[in-house]
Write a protein that binds this ligand. Structure first.
Ligand code: GLN
Length: 555
């Protein structure tokens, strides 16, 4: 009963685990594995396991954890979920994301409901069993031929042990349907000057200690692996020579699927999992090739300034906090055969030195992405004013729209202390206010998962930049915010010239604000987050419109 007989039709499960260190691209590896199998005609889905107690990524600081990626169903998840959606060109749901907190919450809930029928409920096996149930549910939901499951953290950590235990149990149950891929790292110590395999050997032994033998090692490093290193890893890690995959650093993450295929990774996985990949390559794979070719052939640059606030902990964190924004700019730019050059500017810098805004004139476009709280907002408002008055293409995302409305109210309506309740609740003109439905939640300190989250429909007004870009009257976009344009002031603001070109179906919530083209070449901001729906093979239409405006300015 516990062992299932293998048939080719059994769904397959590929666990991706990390060895040695974090931050070497496990999420991109998992996405790329899913992508190369999808390109062989298999129906794929992907799952991210985060070992945190947090029920979701919504309450974590982006400077610590990176971007919080929002799904259509409103789940606040890890940024890797964004990578899966972008690589697979598919929408995922909360069933594809789990944390330790979620797993325990369900088990405790079931226990209270007597679902364990009087048994003693134990960490093992009940927690891993719940993990397995969730993995199988995600497979069923997607009717997937194969599922890629990325286990967060690195082997040897206490916090992901129960997830590895679940993986081991799945392998025991379905010996021919489960594969393990370890993403490792080979350092080149500067004084030694030689690529070292020992940390990987230790990581594999640690994984062996959990009862798991990796089938494949993805060897991340600055440079390609040589034969000698492959032989060593093969011998000491008990892995056939050909299954040690060299994965050197690349300029673009979107090249990684093709690099894996140079090492025949999809064939290898088909062998290990007794799968028949019917197609050698499907059509979307060719579209992907066209996209990656454009990345390399686009040499004309456009210069975009992203002015944000999550910059405190060093450069490398920046790209993590706004990863979907960066990718959306890339998709739209390459779509227009332009190479985007992004400059990150800390909003606080403009507060210390008000003249600094003038430096923005050298950019072809300015983006103010989402954010929370008071820090840096006066700097952001002065940036938006400069972009508006100097006709620099401006694209505001969520907070970037709320602040654009505040800027307009202050400088075009003369409401000099106009603000948002989030920052200055006693302002005389709260042009951005808390949504009625949100107030009680905040009063009760009920923060987790309670914002306006996920996909909502919006109506797009005729003869607007938004309508021209979308080409349709209704759109669906993903949200993550508590505050809104205050309906009390909408008429006055519109009279002063700002157009609300997107509204909720009942007309009460302002979804897009823009200036007419006769006034400004591109001044548009959204209450939602268009960046969450941009894909390499389907750049977001508003990002494309912004990029086109930036190209015009450059001319
Ligand atoms: N802080 C604002 C709000 O909660 C904007 C949120 C965001 O930019 N995601 O409404």
């Amino acid at each position: 009963m516990f062992f299932t007989k293998k048939t080719e039709e059994n769904p397959k499960y590929i666990f991706v685990v990390g060895g040695v260190i974090s931050g070497v691209g496990k999420g991109i590896t998992a996405s790329s594995i899913a992508k190369i199998l999808q390109d062989r005609g298999l129906k794929m889905t992907a799952i991210k396991i985060d070992p945190y107690i947090n029920l979701d990524a919504g309450t974590m600081n982006p400077t610590e954890h990176g971007e919080c990626f929002v799904l259509d169903d409103g789940d606040e998840t890890d940024q890797d979920m964004g990578n899966y959606e972008r690589f697979l060109n598919t929408d995922l749901s909360r069933i594809n994301y789990m944390t330790t907190g979620r797993v325990y919450e369900t088990v405790i809930h079931k226990e209270r409901n007597l679902e364990y029928k009087g048994k003693c409920v134990e960490v093992v096996p009940h927690i891993p069993m719940e993990v397995i149930d969730r993995i199988e549910a995600a497979q069923k939901n997607a009717e997937a031929d194969a599922v890629v499951i990325e286990v967060g953290g690195t082997v040897g950590e206490y916090q992901n042990m129960l997830f590895l235990e679940a993986a081991r149990m799945m392998k025991l149950r379905h010996p021919k349907d489960v594969a393990f891929v370890m993403v490792s790292y080979l350092p080149v110590p500067s004084k030694v000057g030689e690529m070292k395999t020992k940390p990987t050997q230790h990581a594999v032994r640690t994984l062996n200690g959990s009862g798991i033998q990796p089938d494949i090692i993805i060897a991340r490093s600055n440079d390609p692996l040589d034969e000698k290193r492959k032989e060593k890893l093969s011998l000491f890690c008990n892995i056939p020579f050909g299954r040690v995959i060299s994965a050197p650093d690349v300029d673009s993450i979107y090249d990684i699927p093709a690099n894996f295929e140079k090492e025949h990774l999809s064939d290898m996985l088909c062998d290990i999992l007794f799968m028949t990949c019917k197609n050698s390559r499907i059509k979307s794979a060719e579209e992907w090739d066209l996209f990656t070719n454009r990345i390399h052939s686009s040499t004309d640059e456009i210069n975009i300034a992203v002015v944000g606030k999550y910059f405190d902990t060093g450069n490398y964190v920046l790209s993590d906090a706004y990863i979907s924004v960066i990718e959306a700019i890339r998709h739209a730019s390459y779509g227009q055969n332009r190479k985007p050059v992004l400059t990150w500017i800390n909003a606080v810098d403009f507060e210390a030195d008000p003249k600094k805004v003038q430096e923005l004139s050298k950019y072809d476009g300015i983006i103010v992405p989402g954010g929370f709280g008071a820090r840096g907002i006066e700097g952001l408002i002065s940036v938006i004013q400069y972009a508006r008055e100097n006709k620099i293409p401006y694209f505001g995302l969520c907070y970037g729209m709320q602040l654009a409305v505040i800027e307009y109210a202050r400088h075009k309506l003369g409401w000099s202390d106009a603000s948002t309740r989030e920052v200055n609740p006693s302002a005389s003109h709260l042009v951005i206010d808390i949504m009625a439905s949100q107030k009680n939640k905040l009063d009760a300190n009920n923060y987790g998962g309670t914002m306006r989250l996920g996909a909502y429909e919006a109506y797009i007004g005729k003869d607007t930049i938004a309508r021209e870009a979308y080409g349709s009257e209704t759109v669906s976009e993903r949200h993550r915010h508590r505050y809104e344009v205050n309906s009390k002031y909408v008429a006055d603001i519109e009279k002063a010239g700002l157009v609300f070109s997107g509204k909720s179906p009942d007309g009460t919530l302002m979804e897009i604000a823009e200036l007419p083209k006769s006034v400004h070449p591109f001044f548009l901001a959204t209450q939602f987050h268009p960046e969450f729906k941009s894909r390499p093979l389907a750049p977001h239409k508003l990002f494309t419109a912004f990029v086109k405006a930036a190209i015009e300015r450059k001319k």
